[in-house]
Ligand binder design. Structure first.
Ligand SMILES: NC(=O)C1=CN([C@@H]2O[C@H](COP(=O)(O)OP(=O)(O)OC[C@H]3O[C@@H](n4cnc5c(N)ncnc54)[C@H](OP(=O)(O)O)[C@@H]3O)[C@@H](O)[C@H]2O)C=CC1
Ligand SMILES: CC(=O)C(=O)O
Ligand SMILES: [Mg+2]
Length: 414
């Protein structure tokens, strides 16, 4: 473990600190090149953009550029460690945007006093980018921030911990329940955590057929129920009219556990109390709500997922955010709406049922992958995710009327 810690630190430190860099995309060698790139040539696109802001897509990198913006208040499951400490995660998201969707991305960590100050800061720089990916901003502020920025910005604003997580969780959950022979409409769901990811995941599962009254959500104080007087408006949406108060109360006969809270909060004894053929998505990063080895030690009939790359069934928003932004930017969508999110769920979900190419098996370090308990969701390095998800999202944007341009001919047809 210490060895892995040192490997991770060395990976970030050498040969050059950090994980991203900026490269130039035009010749800049000769006096003529510089005259075009800078003075006097640069004045021409300036005038064009001043005359029509849409020309920024034609003459600058805007259309392929996503800002990853955080204030570091909910860094993975590590908590509120401040903006600067979030920088490795945000650089990591930028790396993933580039690696999986060839989107240029830059991380921006914002120090602020009030929520309004954060909103104003982001709104003021939004036009520079084709889209804004908000990351690791804690609840409940994240809800107000995202809503305000969607209203104020002309480019798509997407809080990844809410919607990226929800899309991937829904895709994996629908498949996991299918494998377990269960219907989401009848499934009893326990959600540990009541923040950004939890609220969005449960709202999307409801859109996918789950019954709100079958959901038991818990925060640090236990079950969220109608007689609590300390609930914010987002938790209140999940207040259950129940006498159940503890994890043990609600986990008995539960079909599903979704963990978007913190490490090691699901004991093995609780896993043993779940219904037959349960689904556990322990998504907290880097340490899940229960280690897969421990969960499997008490029962074999599980579908088990975590947020990590080193176990089967990685339920992680990396399966969504690069591809949903690719599709959204390619048709200049003004926002990422529900139709686009549902399209992403279906595209991710259906890919897991197809044969897996050899290159994906090799990258995953396994000999075989087949739809079933240990493979309910595609691997992030599956190259089919880009065309499938981006196309589904772009088509949905066009059909739902939020696209700024038509779908390019033959867009992402594989
Ligand atoms: N796999 C994935 O793709 C993703 C995973 N996550 C994970 O989900 C977790 C939450 O992230 P996010 O929603 O953004 O953060 P938030 O800060 O918005 O919410 C955290 C929530 O978890 C609850 N919580 C924290 N610790 C415990 C505990 N010990 N017992 C019960 N509840 C607890 C908090 O309770 P209270 O309200 O009482 O403070 C709060 O409701 C993180 O671990 C993160 O890594 C998030 C996004 C994506
Ligand atoms: C994966 C992710 O975004 C998180 O754990 O916060
Ligand atoms: Mg996150």
């Amino acid at each position: 473990m210490t060895d892995f810690r040192q490997q991770a630190l060395d990976y970030h430190a050498f040969p050059k600190p950090g994980k991203i860099s900026v490269e130039i995309s035009k010749p800049a060698e000769t006096a003529k090149d510089l005259a075009l790139a800078y003075s006097p040539g640069v004045a021409e696109p300036v005038r064009e953009i001043a005359a029509d802001p849409e020309n920024a897509y034609k003459y600058t990198a805007k259309g392929n550029l996503v800002a990853v913006i955080s204030n570091g208040t909910a860094i993975l499951g590590l908590g509120n460690l401040g903006p600067l400490a979030s920088k490795p995660v945000m650089e990591g998201k930028a790396l993933l945007f580039k690696r999986f969707a060839n989107l240029d991305s830059i991380d921006i960590e914002v120090k602020h006093r009030t929520t309004e100050e954060f909103i104003q800061t982001v709104a003021a720089i939004a036009d520079t980018f084709g889209g804004i990916n908000l990351e690791d901003i804690k609840a409940p502020e994240c809800f107000e921030i995202e809503k305000a920025l969607i209203e104020r910005c002309n480019v798509p604003v997407f809080h990844d911990d809410q919607h990226g997580t929800a899309i991937v969780t829904a895709a994996g959950m629908l498949n996991a329940l299918e494998v377990q022979g269960k219907d989401i409409a009848d499934s009893r769901i326990v959600c540990m955590g009541a923040g950004a990811a939890a609220v969005a995941c449960m709202e999307l599962l409801i859109k996918c057929g789950a019954q709100r009254e079958n959901i038991y959500m818990l925060d640090r104080k236990g079950v969220i129920h109608t007689r609590r007087d300390d609930l914010n408006e987002y938790k209140a949406l999940f207040a259950n009219n129940t006498d159940k108060r503890t994890l043990e109360d609600v986990i008995t006969d539960a079909d599903v556990f979704v963990g978007v809270s913190g490490p090691d909060v699901l004991p093995a004894e609780a896993v043993a109390m779940m219904a037959e053929n349960p689904v556990i998505f322990a998504c907290s990063n880097p340490d899940p709500e229960i280690k897969p080895e421990l969960a499997h030690s008490v029962r074999q009939d599980l579908v088990m997922g975590t947020g990590r790359s080193d176990y089967p069934n990685q339920v992680n928003n990396v399966l969504c955010f690069p591809f949903i932004f690719r599709g959204a930017l390619d048709v200049r969508a003004s926002r990422i709406n529900d139709a686009m999110k549902v399209a992403a769920v279906e595209a991710i979900r259906s890919l897991a049922k197809e044969p897996v190419p050899q290159e994906v098996l090799a990258a995953a370090g396994v000999e075989a992958l087949e739809f079933g308990k240990h493979y309910v969701i595609p691997k992030p390095m599956d190259p089919r995710l880009l065309p499938r998800v981006a196309r589904a999202v772009a088509v949905a944007a066009v059909e739902s009327g939020v696209a700024g341009i038509e779908l390019p001919a033959d867009y992402m047809l594989d």
